[in-house]
Design a protein around this ligand. Structure first.
Ligand SMILES: Nc1ncnc2c1ncn2[C@@H]1O[C@H](COP(=O)(O)OP(=O)(O)O)[C@@H](O)[C@H]1O
Ligand SMILES: [Mg+2]
Length: 307
């Protein structure tokens, strides 16, 4: 007889039937990560509020997507559902053919400010995660992983520095090294450079691209910086304004890699991409319904009031 907890585990592993049916139309390699019509409803004092409503996006393995949208539209909500830090109200997030139910070491998250242990060194902070993910590796092998990634993010000379002694930019480098060293299936970044000055931000964008090029990890990076979105991504995914936010438009960035900021500025298509994204953001400046749609419908006020 199968013990009840094993049955439960099996039930959790099984993909939702509706998903299996819908996914049959998409090639498996095109949906390594699948946000399958996900919605998030929060309870509020004024009743349930559906912040994200039918967000649908399929990503290939190794793809880098920038997720952009106005503040408060639900970007962090989408990211945290992929991380398993929040429940999905409707739909499912599927990673490598398994449904995401909770946070796990196969998904690494980088937030605006990395939560490092201040009294541990850079090296020890990265080692914390590595020791858990590679329990069978020898001490020396784990040490190699730690140093490899600290070198990649340009902290080779600062491995013995205490986290408390590091600048914000250096802390975020440790955060990137720590996330990458876990060899996650999915790297999730939520406005990772939002708190840094522009020079530091540019340096860190290059660090991220360098690490990503080497690891080819599937990544989603939330940003509200149009240039950052284009520089980093294979596709820029634009979200409509909330409530009921979803994917509004997707722009494929056909600019060769490795990219540099200068090469980007010199690329003829760069301005076209920029216009498209800025145009979309402007369209959705004031609500869930685009300006043109509102005008076409001829009852903009009513729609705004409903939104
Ligand atoms: N726990 C929560 N309860 C109720 N509302 C929330 C909660 N978390 C976020 N929200 C609301 O959901 C919307 C989207 O938030 P968020 O995902 O943080 O947006 P973004 O990251 O795009 O700025 C906002 O209106 C926010 O106020
Ligand atoms: Mg956010």
């Amino acid at each position: 007889m199968v013990p009840f907890f094993a049955k439960q585990a099996q039930a959790d592993e099984a993909l939702p039937a509706a998903y299996v049916k819908a996914a049959a139309d998409t090639k498996r390699e095109d949906r390594y990560l699948d946000f399958s019509l996900i919605s998030k409803t929060y309870p509020t004092p004024n009743g349930p509020l559906t912040v994200v409503d039918g967000f649908d996006l399929k990503m290939k393995k190794g793809e880098f997507v920038s997720l952009i949208g106005h503040s408060g539209c639900g970007k962090s909500t989408v990211l945290s559902m992929a991380a398993g830090l929040q429940d999905v109200s409707l739909g499912a997030v599927i990673l490598d053919n398994r449904q995401v139910h909770e946070a796990g070491p196969d998904r690494a998250v980088v937030f605006q400010a990395p939560s490092l242990v201040p009294w541990l060194t850079a090296e020890q902070n990265v080692a914390l995660g590595v020791d858990r993910v590679y329990p069978d590796a020898s001490r020396a092998e784990r040490q190699d992983v730690v140093h490899y990634y600290l070198n990649r993010v340009g902290l080779g000379d600062a491995v013995k520095k205490y986290a408390a002694e590091l600048s914000n930019g250096m802390k975020q480098r440790v955060g990137l090294a720590r996330a990458s060293a876990l060899s996650p299936k999915l790297l999730l970044l939520d406005e990772p450079f939002g708190m840094l000055d522009s020079l530091t931000r540019w340096a860190l964008q290059e660090v991220l691209m360098e690490v990503w090029t080497r690891t080819e990890v599937t990544a989603v990076c939330v940003t509200h910086d149009v240039d950052e979105a284009i520089l980093l991504a294979d596709r820029v995914v634009m979200m409509t304004n909330g409530p009921n936010a979803r994917v509004g438009r997707i722009v494929e960035i056909d600019i060769p890699r490795p990219r540099t900021r200068q090469a980007l500025l010199d690329h003829p298509r760069y301005y076209e991409y920029r216009e498209a994204i800025l145009g979309f953001l402007d369209e959705f400046e004031h609500g869930a319904v685009g300006k043109t749609e509102t005008a076409k419908a001829g009852h903009g006020k009513a729609l705004e009031a409903a939104a």
